[in-house]
Design a protein around this ligand. Structure first.
Ligand code: GRF
Length: 197
């Protein structure tokens, strides 16, 4: 059984896709043993609760400095002992300490075709604003391993999405989620889980 921890910050639609994948049987041999959000009161925590998954909040705001938050998050996840950590709409920098402790044990979903529109400052809606500003005709999403860079780890999966003339950043973000993120993230987890079988 692949035990996973999912890190979230907001709506948790990617968490929802993972839960739906597990409950439908498309994602095999996988159990979400916990959800950690850096923000309280977000819908991602509601989703976890509705599905009987333990959820908790760990926010940098609750610590005197970022180093102590990074240490606390790493210690908590180590204590939970997952096989895989999934950053799904997680808006906090993954601590280097956590990457060192879980080498090739952390994956992230990014809403563009890396190496385009990624790295420092490219997250959430900002990615889709930049895609429209540049005028590219194809964008998409990427699942990659997390290393000590920002969106620089080995790529696991990608899925293209065409940009349409009437797209706004919000419309494009939603389509990239529906047509790419919510498909390739559960698929990537299933592939990792199957390797473990
Ligand atoms: C999505 O754009 C995702 O690609 C990015 O965070 C946004 C919200 O994700 N990483 P979610 O709905 O909280 O899963």
């Amino acid at each position: 059984m692949l035990k996973i921890i999912v890190l979230v910050s907001g709506g948790g639609t990617n968490l929802g896709a993972i839960i739906e994948g597990i409950e439908s049987g498309r994602v095999k041999n996988t159990e979400i043993i916990g959800v950690i959000s850096n923000n309280p009161g977000v819908y991602a925590l509601e989703r976890a609760k509705e599905h009987g998954i333990p959820g908790e909040v760990m926010s940098p705001k609750d610590y005197p400095d970022r180093d102590s938050f990074n240490m606390a998050l790493t210690e908590r996840i180590t204590e939970l002992a997952p096989d895989l950590i999934v950053a799904a709409g997680f808006m906090v920098r993954i601590p280097e300490l956590l990457v060192e402790r879980f080498p090739k044990g952390i994956i992230n979903i990014h809403p563009s075709l890396i190496p385009s529109f990624c790295g420092k400052g490219y997250y959430g809606l900002r990615v889709h604003e930049a895609v429209l500003e540049r005028g590219v005709k194809v964008t998409g999403a990427t699942v990659h391993y997390v290393d000590n860079g920002i969106d620089t780890g080995p790529i696991i999966a990608q899925k293209p999405v065409y940009v349409l003339p009437e797209d706004t950043p919000e419309i494009l973000q939603r389509r990239v989620m529906e047509e790419a993120e919510w498909i390739i993230l559960p698929e990537a987890i299933n592939s990792i889980a199957e390797e473990k079988m």
